[in-house]
Design a binder for this molecule. Structure first.
Ligand code: BYC
Length: 484
């Protein structure tokens, strides 16, 4: 069976592979073809530095059939087929929540919600190129060709996710959609004058442990937000997000297994050297591996930065988007309630008289908080698996996610300082203890000193264990990237 044509009918021949009938939609096809050169310029300027000519063993989406949607082959990244792929339209789909619950899903933009919908799409779109920009230097310090290939896979797919949002803007939002699509190529992560829209996407991803933490924690925000948008009553957005989620799973796999392999290598090295105390940092570092307390600090940093991406705990924007039927809850379709939430409440952690405590808030206003709670539960699962590895070596150490009030810059806890357990600290105490919780210059310098490239097929840097299995079942010594 030819998966490319079985479900979703992907037209793979033109400049822009797609299953949205672009061939018959001359206006949108032209608009996207006009946008394409600017995208390629952006990719060459801001995509992976130094590897544009290399052949990378990448998967490309060639179908939206869950059973076989990808094809693996060597590709030069600028030649990657960034297609527009929507999950199949579900016949008779209705708006699953909000004031319009039960009405037929919108196939066109509902006029009264146009601005709100455009803003959600633009914010989602903005994060995708931002992450590519953040990760553009990492190829030069890749700990193996396997890891380098995974990095580039994540990068090209984030590029495809930008295409997914740009398609919606170009198809459904006319002139202002076109302007937004241009602006998505103009903003730059970390730029003082024209930064990316959300805080965490302006931070640096300076080393590979940061990359793994980012793909574990921040891509998981992507998962939660995409799950919420996949519920949208605006059907094209829902269908786009449903397919994006298929790809997103691999990004979190890269993060989870990346951190697991770092932990595994550290524990192995400690065992070989007979070091039982995980806090004997100087001795552990001499082994050329990353000590567990520093891994914890990196997790603290990336988890807290990611929590900021959920916005304010109490949010009128979130309430409006739900009421309008544009953005639902995490897996709304599996929840058993009235899906309108006008009478319900939800417990929200707040700062009351200087103390952190739960307070019931109207459920509609508390939707960001609810999604964040779902996120924390989801993020904890993989942390449990990291701890199993540490436990298997008998090392007395447990990675823990910090309290949600720790190191926050958005929302209820932005105005206070708290330790990782959620105890409020004075400013001087915070300043004194900050480097107990977050990586300091010495930690950063140490990690940087380990970031030496390992480009020999089948070899891995000192600080990371090999993966259990190869990508696409390839053997250990497989040359995932042919460096040019
Ligand atoms: N930084 O009412 P509030 C991904 C602004 S990641 C800066 O609480 P709302 C990926 C906010 O815009 C997923 N500003 O906000 C991962 C608002 O401004 P206005 C990306 C912030 O709207 C890895 C004001 O503060 N997708 O896919 O309820 C690699 C009031 O706030 C921030 C989405 O985020 C911030 N962190 O919640 C690649 C989905 N937070 O309007 C990709 C779409 C808030 O007053 N976005 N503000 O000027 C949304 O659903 C929501 O806009 C947010 C914010 C959840 C982001």
């Amino acid at each position: 069976m030819n998966v490319a044509t079985s479900i979703g009918k992907v037209d793979y021949d033109g400049l822009i592979p797609n299953n949205v009938g672009l061939g018959e939609d001359v206006r949108v096809k032209r608009a996207l073809e006009k946008w394409h050169p600017g995208y390629i310029d952006w990719w060459k300027d801001m995509g992976p530095e130094g590897f544009q000519e290399s052949l990378v063993y990448l998967r490309t989406a060639v179908s939206v059939d869950p059973k076989g949607w990808a094809k693996f082959d060597y590709v030069k990244m600028p030649d990657y087929k960034w297609g527009i792929l929507l999950a199949p339209q579900a016949e008779g789909r209705t708006i699953p929540f909000g004031a319009h619950a039960g009405e037929p899903a919108w196939q066109e933009v509902p006029g009264e919600y146009r601005a709100m919908l455009r803003r959600l799409i633009v914010i989602q779109g903005d994060t995708e190129p931002a992450s590519v920009e953040q990760q553009r230097h990492l190829g030069k310090t890749a700990p193996s060709l396997y890891d380098m290939r995974n990095l580039f896979q994540v990068n090209v797919e984030e590029g495809r996710h930008l295409w997914a949002m740009v398609y919606l803007l170009q198809k459904y939002f006319g002139t202002d959609g076109r302007e937004e699509a241009e602006a998505l190529l103009q903003r730059r992560s970390g730029d003082a004058d024209s930064p990316r829209m959300l805080g965490a996407f302006n931070e640096k991803t300076p080393d590979w442990l940061s990359f793994f933490m980012f793909t574990y924690f921040t891509d998981r925000d992507g998962k939660m937000q995409l799950e919420a948008l996949a519920q949208s009553g605006f059907d094209p957005l829902s269908r786009t997000c449903r397919f994006m989620l298929t790809e997103e799973a691999h990004h979190m796999f890269v993060g989870e297994t990346g951190v697991t392999r770092v932990i595994q290598r550290t524990c192995e090295a400690m065992k070989e050297a007979g070091i039982a105390d995980p806090f004997d940092i100087a001795r552990v570092r001499k082994l050329g591996v990353i000590d567990l307390p520093t891994i914890q600090k990196k997790a603290n940093l990336h988890f807290s930065l990611t929590l900021d991406l959920f916005g304010n705990e109490i949010s009128t924007n979130a309430a409006n988007a739900f009421h309008a039927g544009l953005k639902g809850r995490y897996r709304e379709n599996r929840l058993d309630d009235d899906h309108r939430l006008e009478q319900s409440t939800y417990p929200v952690l707040r700062l009351i008289d200087g103390h952190i405590q739960n307070e019931n808030a109207p459920a509609l206003s508390a939707l960001n908080m609810r999604l964040r709670d779902d996120y924390v539960n989801d993020a904890n699962v993989g942390v449990g698996r990291w701890n199993k590895v540490i436990e298997s070596f008998g090392i007395p150490f447990e990675i823990k996610l910090p309290h949600v009030a720790f190191n926050r810059h958005i929302g209820e806890f932005a105005k206070i300082k708290a330790d990782t357990g959620g105890t409020v600290l004075s400013d001087p105490d915070w300043a004194r203890r900050r480097s107990e919780f977050l990586p300091n210059d010495a930690d950063r310098d140490f990690i940087e000193s380990l970031m030496q490239p390992q480009y020999e097929p089948g070899k891995f840097a000192s600080w990371i264990a090999p993966p259990k299995v190869g990508i696409d079942n390839r053997p250990g010594e497989f040359e995932y990237v042919k460096i040019a």
